[in-house]
Write a protein that binds this ligand. Structure first.
Ligand code: AMP
Length: 305
């Protein structure tokens, strides 16, 4: 790997972004959208984009539209200098870091993207309106960056599914590429919100990835075995307050029936201390079953990861 010493161009406004975009030598641009507080998970997205495109734009934007009134918008970690170091090391061309008034100059937009029924289950059930806010800003950032490809983490499986649906349903001219979840050595899925965890919370939080692992290991025996094995891990950790633990179809997010064999999403959400954590594992249920890195039947799945 080459070590880049050139810092990315930083754009805070729309005109700065246009100028930085115009200065790029080709139109082969990929975007990685983030809320900042970057970690190795984000870095892997950026590196995957870097490998396949001439230019990479990283957006750093805490989107108020996707936070509920009681959520952590005001406490969310802000680490811009460290984020810039990660972007420099990963050879990012442009960092677009707008404030809400740049993205929403007239205040909350009257017209928004509606996520529909897939946005009302799982995360959407606990966070009403969350995915409308996500899709609205993703649509805007795709337009503003004019990227050809956009990279998202499997970590946020429902978000990834909804972005793919939006791009298909509304004919956005962009390739959506997913990157497998990046984990700490002990299995904890990397997340900017992990910084909220105390040392003892962190131990409790490990039960999520352990449950996914146990569920995946039982995949050869069918859906109820997967659910049973995963639940057995979580009941051993009463300090993880489980919101949902589900085995669902990767496209419909409906519970898979007992006869189902094929790819499924094993997903969990739980509160640990004051922090709400999510994690998931793509799973092949049935003969030869087990954990998958990614689903096979999505368009644009990245072949080189
Ligand atoms: P966030 O800053 O949390 O909104 O995340 C920005 C992007 O990074 C989203 O596409 C996430 O799915 C992705 N991401 C976050 N954590 C991870 C992780 N541990 N592994 C892979 N991708 C991740």
């Amino acid at each position: 790997m080459t070590t880049a010493t050139t810092a990315p161009a930083v754009a805070h406004t729309r005109s700065e972004l246009s100028a930085a975009r115009e200065a790029l030598s080709s139109r082969d641009v990929a975007v990685v959208m983030t809320m900042g507080a970057l970690h190795e998970g984000h870095a892997q997205l950026i590196r995957a984009a870097r490998r396949r495109h001439d230019h990479v734009i990283v957006t750093i934007f805490l989107n108020p539209l996707q936070f509920g009134p009681k959520e952590d918008l005001s406490h969310y970690p802000r680490t811009f200098d460290a984020d810039m170091e990660i972007c420099t090391a990963a050879e990012v061309d442009v960092v677009f870091a707008p404030t809400p008034d740049v993205i929403y100059p007239e205040g909350d937009p009257g017209v928004r993207v509606a996520a529909g029924p897939l946005g009302e289950v799982l995360e959407g059930a606990s966070r009403p309106g969350h995915f409308d806010g996500v899709l609205t800003v993703v649509g805007k950032l795709l337009h503003l960056t004019a990227a050809r490809s956009a990279y998202y983490g499997q970590k946020d499986a429902q978000q990834l599914l909804l972005i793919r649906r939006m791009v298909r349903d509304l004919d956005f001219a962009v390739d959506i590429v997913s990157v497998p979840t990046v984990r700490e050595e002990d299995g904890l899925a990397m997340s900017s919100r992990n910084t909220y965890l105390t040392e003892s919370d962190r131990e409790v939080a490990l039960s999520l990835s352990r449950a996914l692992h146990a569920g995946s290991e039982a995949a050869v025996y069918g859906p109820s075995a997967v659910r049973r094995a995963a639940r057995a891990v979580l009941v051993e950790e009463p300090l993880a307050l489980v919101d949902y633990l589900v085995l669902v179809h990767p496209h419909t997010l409906s519970d898979v029936p007992e006869w189902y064999r094929g790819e499924a999403l094993l997903a969990v959400a739980a509160r640990v201390g004051t922090t709400r954590l999510i994690d998931n594992s793509p799973v092949l249920v049935g003969p030869g079953g087990g954990a998958l890195d990614a689903f096979s039947d999505v368009p644009n799945a990245s072949p080189d990861l």
